[in-house]
Design a protein around this ligand. Structure first.
Ligand code: ADA
Length: 606
């Protein structure tokens, strides 16, 4: 089953075969003048390249021919055809209908902007590689239909989430494409929230959203089954206006609930049907909330110990196939970790499905990394929050993340705005507005990873305080973590309004080039990274106010040329495994600390 999930999510709804190899053509490159802040003002360092004759949010013309082939899902940088292409490219495929039908085209992710055409007619566009989008057509005739797509991975001023970064923005269709037929009234989504969890029963809120793509009002018999609990929810005949949506909710009680928990991925299935359509999803019965300085999972205080992980791989770019995703989660568990931070964007739903099954706790974050306010000067990644497109693109990513990933029990924290400009206005107001978006889901605490520990004016907005700091790498010493935290928390309470709350060290670590061994343990050696993580984890684990820790980072990842001067191999080398998932010395050091935490937790279980 090569769908967008690791389980079958439809029985009634018909799925149409999507070719694995699409036609492909390269388009114009997108190179923009990159002004450099110099003493005498911004200077174009792009070598005089004129900007392309189109804006980054405008489509160009579809090509007259497609001379190449490209696998989907996939990114063009992993093929000699598109190895170093930054700009536009075009895809084409076709599908067959054996009878007239309305069709849903689902795109799990396109990096980073897509303009989609069906039978030569423009249908819709989408920005951001890490959230899905769909196109619902009118009723198409029986026969062959052509889907074409223009894709951009260009760094234009119209792209404010994908910018030259300390990770790489690939180009391509990076997540699965699904094509299905739909009746006029179809099931759009389902939400299941645990609203009360007692020893002998759990109360759930079940919400279903129907959509009507037809031209007439209509109603359908709507029901949902939770087979593992022997529950049937009857919503009755449900009406939907043409072109509209209807949301219905019910509360149900589950006796003797099997709780979802850490290392215990107990899952339930919900099977929603209208007779003509169906949608199957999975959920977990669990609660997560903040109380004082504790994070409570099912009412019990928990600690989080794990990694930051980019979706990146030398063979697949950001389009990791399921086996590679599964192997990453296996390695994470092998280290003794219980925690994954999806730095810095919503992850592939299949990775989240795996975390649901394995009982891995997830901090999922919307796609913003290291974006700051600036004046008129446009510099990649250094002056992006001030661009007109930033807020609408950030809000869209927040909303898509919450809507699409709501039912994953593994997601216990929503986050956003990693190391974004929170020291002064207008950044602080942007943080406040975007926190309002995250708090639309009150069932999970929220936070942001900050690099402004002494002057962050948005730190008080999160339910959890999260700080990125690299003692022993970008300065200071890795012997000073205890003293750093003992000074930081009272300072923030006194000066930044950060009243006592759970505290996560959301990033710390060191670079190491795998294979560079040196007796005097210099920076970039595997020994130095192992020493730094050993002493850091000793202090963080021992500190009573540290609720969570996430090493930067799980594996070495490719970075954009823009930051390459500080990144040997044009890679961020702070992984505890390299890009090919080969262990560094630090892995066993981390495993020592994380396995001890896991052992103590498991032994504390009744
Ligand atoms: C920051 C950032 C990470 C990475 C890290 C590093 O904390 O959040 O994405 O760039 O620094 O390696 O320096």
């Amino acid at each position: 089953m090569a769908g967008e999930r690791i389980f079958e999510n439809h029985v009634i709804r018909r799925r149409i075969d999507v070719p694995a190899i699409w036609d492909f053509a390269l388009g114009p490159r997108e190179v923009y003048p990159v002004p450099l802040d110099t003493p005498h003002g911004p200077e174009d360092i792009s070598g005089g390249s004129a900007p392309p004759p189109f804006r980054g949010d405008e489509a160009t013309e579809l090509p007259s021919g497609y001379p190449h082939k490209m696998p989907v899902p996939g990114v063009w940088e992993t093929s000699e055809t598109g190895r170093f292409h930054r700009g536009r490219a075009y895809y084409r495929t076709a599908f067959m209908l054996d009878e007239a039908a309305r069709v849903r085209l689902y795109f799990g992710g396109v990096s980073h902007t897509a303009w989609v055409y069906v039978d030569g007619e423009y249908a819709d566009s989408h920005y951001n590689a890490f959230t899905a989008f769909e196109i619902v057509t009118g009723v198409l005739d029986a026969g062959e239909h052509v889907v074409e797509m223009e894709v951009s991975n260009g760094f234009s001023p119209e792209s404010t989430l994908h910018t030259p970064q300390d990770y790489f923005t690939y180009g391509g269709i990076n997540r699965p494409v699904v094509i299905e037929t739909l009746p006029d009234i179809y099931i759009d989504r389902v939400e299941v929230e645990t609203i009360e969890l007692l020893e002998t029963k759990a109360r759930l809120r079940v919400a279903v959203e129907l959509a009507n793509a037809g031209k007439e009002s209509g109603s359908v018999p709507l029901g949902a089954d939770i087979p593992e609990a022997g529950i049937h929810v009857d919503f009755g005949e449900t009406a939907v206006e043409p072109g509209g949506k209807t949301r219905v909710e019910r509360e149900v009680t589950v006796p003797e609930p099997r709780r979802w928990g850490m290392f215990s991925g107990e899952l339930y299935t919900i099977d929603v049907t209208t007779g003509e359509d169906d949608l199957i999803d999975r959920f977990g019965i669990r609660t997560v909330r903040v109380s004082g300085t504790d994070i409570l999972l099912n009412g019990e205080a928990v600690r989080l110990w794990g990694f930051n992980r980019h979706e990146d791989h030398p063979e697949f770019g950001c389009a990791l196939p399921l086996p590679a995703q599964y192997e990453d989660m296996r390695i994470l568990l092998e280290s003794g970790a219980n925690f994954l931070r999806t730095s810095h964007y919503p992850n592939d739903p299949r990775t989240l499905d795996i975390c649901d099954e394995l009982g891995i706790l997830v901090w999922e974050e919307s796609h913003q990394r290291g974006l700051r306010i600036a004046g008129e000067t446009w510099q990649p990644s250094m002056a992006t929050m001030g661009l007109p497109k930033f807020m609408p693109q950030a809000v869209q990513c927040h909303r898509e993340m919450l809507a699409q990933h709501y039912n994953h029990p593994s997601i216990i924290i929503w986050a956003h705005l990693n190391e974004c400009a929170e020291a002064e206005e207008p950044g602080v107001s942007m943080f406040r507005e975007l926190y309002d978006e995250l708090k639309k889901d009150p069932s999970r605490p929220c936070t942001h990873a900050s690099c402004y520990p002494w002057n962050g004016r948005a730190l008080e907005f999160g339910d959890i305080l999260s700080i990125n700091a690299y003692l022993g790498w970008y300065g200071d010493s890795y012997e000073n973590w205890t003293r750093y935290i003992d000074r930081l928390l009272p300072y923030q309470e006194k000066n930044l309004g950060v009243t006592p709350r759970p505290f996560i060290m959301s990033e710390f670590g060191a670079g190491a080039i795998r294979g560079f061994r040196a007796e005097h343990r210099p920076k970039w050696s595997e020994e130095y990274q192992a020493d730094l993580l050993d002493r850091t984890l000793e202090q963080l684990v021992a500190h009573p106010r540290v609720n969570g820790m996430a090493i930067w980072q799980f594996c070495d990842v490719r970075v954009d040329d823009y930051v390459a001067i500080r990144r040997p191999r044009t890679m961020n080398n702070k992984g505890v495994v390299d890009e090919n998932r080969r262990l560094k010395l630090a892995f066993d050091v981390v495993k020592k600390h994380y396995s001890a935490l896991k052992k103590a937790y498991l032994e504390s279980r009744p």
